[in-house]
Design a binder for this molecule. Sequence first.
Ligand SMILES: Nc1ncnc2c1ncn2[C@@H]1O[C@H](COP(=O)(O)OP(=O)(O)O)[C@@H](O)[C@H]1O
Ligand SMILES: [Mg+2]
Length: 309
Amino acid sequence: MMRASEFGRVAVLYGGNSAEREVSLKSGAAVLAALERSGVDVIGYDPADGGLAGLEALAPDRVFIALHGRGGEDGTLQGALELLGIPYTGSGVLASALGMDKQRTKLVWQAMGLPTPESLMLEADSDWEDIVARLDLPLIVKPVHEGSTLGISIVDSREALQSAYCEAARFDARVMAERFIRGEEYTVSLLGARVLPAIRVEVPSGFYDYEAKYNADDTRYHLPCGLEAAQEAELGELCRQAFEAIGGEGWGRVDVMRDVEGRFWLIEANTSPGMTDHSLVPQAAAHTGMGFDELVLQILATTLEPRRA
Ligand SMILES: Nc1ncnc2c1ncn2[C@@H]1O[C@H](COP(=O)(O)OP(=O)(O)O)[C@@H](O)[C@H]1O
Ligand SMILES: [Mg+2]
């Protein structure tokens, strides 16, 4: 067990300007409270208030990043912290930037022979007929840059494809179509070298969208996930490899679909997952007997080690 004083002065970064600001405010408040309970010298900081200059003025010894989405999870903040010489939690510049880009993440996974659903980039003048012929229906249309399922839709007909593209294009300059995997959804949390137990996410609508994530009360989280031990081990190892493939470090979460034949398909990597006390990573940690405060300390402790990726 590390002592609180080892960390020096810690700033928890939360809020920010991304579409996920509201979620981040909750994550940050939970992390801040946990570190206070552990006796760490900690202060919360919202980059939307004073930018980088404000953070520098606080002169923290290290930073806990509880920001989600652009400007916090996408490598830009990580680059700034590298230049300022301030250690921070989670993945470095490369993995953060890559994880934010779902399509280029898939290219890396494909190059390494890791399973991920086939996808195609969409443009305003795409040949919709051809896209449908190549990916089949239904298919998924999503903005390439990750966010809490904003702008994502399931497309059931060729006619709906173009409007789904237009909807996604409101959120992002780059939009992709992806083969739809019918089956079960899992998410696997990674903490340092450890793979935490998988969680099966069950959504009555079949679509874990913003509503299902943050508002619905019929979204169910199965933990233990219900897979046989050998399959869960296979899933865990796949996610560990997927996270390592993009250079992920410290902690993170990988989303996976399992088709009706039992094959796993990597969907995306999250390098700064939610950290409210009922978020997925804390739930997985709790299942191993690790409480929220201990989890937060362990994530923070990864900043004491030199980076590898
Ligand atoms: N290829 C796919 N097949 C089936 N469902 C998918 C697929 N891609 C995404 N989904 C569904 O959409 C949800 C959100 O997609 P995801 O790429 O994880 O975006 P976000 O960054 O918003 O979490 C997933 O949790 C899953 O329910
Ligand atoms: Mg996701």
